[in-house]
Design a protein around this ligand. Structure first.
Ligand code: PMP
Length: 420
């Protein structure tokens, strides 16, 4: 299988060279490339109807408002939400999680409550819950990760109990590629009247995600990992919970009535979108949703799984390569993390960069998970709709070359560029 799931011509960046080598972009779990259709929607907004939303009755403002509101409808349908009232546009996944954390911190989290999360969370969630636990006095429990990269469900059953106020779980691990049994975990949490937040940053871009099927009360994800622009993320929240929760940010747009002594809040979802929102980005995100649905989310899931299995099997066949996460044959998202002998991940990624191959090295914002794996970091190759097995072959060839070359390699100038 060497054909991409989407026309590579939609992505001019894929045709560029890096230091004389054709680019192989395998850093999609960090950020995906943006197709022409999404860039066009973004550009069209600025070319034709750039104006602030909800404020003016002039034509441009009306058109901008309509497009921005329709973008909420589009995203709502994409994840199976009831309607736009359940879709809050944020800056990214991190902000979406922080909104929920802040609002729960003011309502249900206190010394008697426990937050249950997992050892495989991204810092976006882990650090946020750590901080909210500290500020509110709530307890925090981490569901363990097993040796084969899954959540320990016995441990989950032991730690989710009547004190649990919130279960926060990553749907797909950005390091292990594991697809967590969210619906099963959500059922456990709901049996104890806890709310469930799902970090969908690595799942919504890559597979069909439906909030009812997951039984999620909240779902957070980012536009820039799903062929959309940066600067936009999404918080899905079930309407009855968003109604109850206090807003995180205050200001214009989110109010209904203001006097000198008090204010009342706008209807959903605007209550959670204070100030001028990411208008062009929201409209472009809707174009990204159109684009992905045209390919088909099942097709994308199958393509990614196939690429991941292809890479995983070949990496595992090498004597000095250690991979992390579920073994070959188990459904996983389109990413593989690994280490090669004692080559430092940053060294390996800079050697790969010399051949035009973009991967990521470091702890991938999951330091506690790397502590569990007992390695300081890993190298991650992650795939998207435009990647092919031929590109993975180039990665594998370059890895084979890497070990003997590392000592001779001059890296000083690369280290400054590396951000986890
Ligand atoms: N959660 C997971 C699982 C992620 O992979 C990421 C991005 N690496 C985030 C949260 C944070 O996303 P963002 O930086 O867009 O807020």
């Amino acid at each position: 299988m060497d054909s991409p799931a989407a026309p590579r011509g939609d992505y001019p960046v894929l045709g560029r060279d890096v230091d004389g080598h054709p680019l192989v972009y395998l850093d999609n779990a960090a950020t995906t490339q943006t197709p022409a259709q999404v860039r066009e929607a973004h550009d069209e907004f600025y070319r034709r109807y750039n104006a602030n939303v909800h404020r003016g009755i002039h034509t441009l403002s009306h058109e901008a408002s309509m497009a921005y509101e329709r973008a909420h409808d589009r995203v709502a349908a994409f994840v199976g939400a009831a309607g736009r009232e359940e879709i809050v546009f944020t800056k990214n996944t991190t902000e979406a999680i922080n909104i929920v954390a802040h609002s729960l911190g003011e309502t249900v989290l206190d010394e008697d409550a426990t937050i249950v999360t997992t050892e495989m969370e991204h810092h976006a969630s882990l650090v946020t819950w750590q901080q909210i636990a500290e500020r509110t006095g709530a307890g925090i429990e981490f569901i363990r990760v097993t040796d084969n990269g899954h959540l320990d469900m016995d441990h989950a059953r032991a730690v989710i109990d009547d004190s649990t106020a919130l279960l926060s779980v990553v749907h797909v691990s950005n390091v292990l590629g594991t697809v967590n049994p969210v619906a099963e975990l959500a059922a456990l949490a709901h049996d104890h009247d806890a709310s469930v937040l799902v970090d969908g940053a690595q799942s919504v871009p890559n597979r069909p995600v439906d909030v009812s099927a997951l039984d999620a009360d909240f779902l957070a994800f980012s536009g820039h990992k799903m062929a959309g622009p940066t600067g936009i993320g999404v918080l899905y929240g079930s309407a009855h919970l968003l109604e109850e929760l206090p807003p995180f940010l205050f200001g214009g747009e989110m109010i209904q009535n203001v006097t000198l002594s008090e204010s009342s809040w706008n209807e959903l979802p605007w209550k959670f979108e204070a100030g001028t929102p990411p208008i062009a980005e929201g409209i472009a995100l809707a174009a990204a949703v159109d684009y992905l649905e045209e390919i088909g989310m099942e097709t994308i899931q199958a393509h990614e799984n196939e690429l991941a299995q292809y890479a995983l099997e070949r990496l595992e066949a090498r004597p000095n390569v250690e991979t992390y996460g579920p073994p070959p044959g188990v459904d996983r998202a389109g990413l593989v993390s690994f280490n090669v002998g004692d080559v430092h991940g940053h060294d390996l990624s800079s050697i790969l960069n010399d051949r035009g191959i973009a991967v990521r090295a470091g702890d991938h914002c999951t330091q506690p998970l790397h502590d569990v794996l007992d390695v300081p970091g890993s190298v991650r190759a992650s795939f998207y709709v435009y990647n092919t097995t031929a590109e993975i072959d180039r990665l594998l060839d370059a890895i084979e070359d890497a070990e003997p070359k590392r000592d001779a390699h001059v890296r000083e100038n690369y280290h400054d560029r590396i951000v986890d």
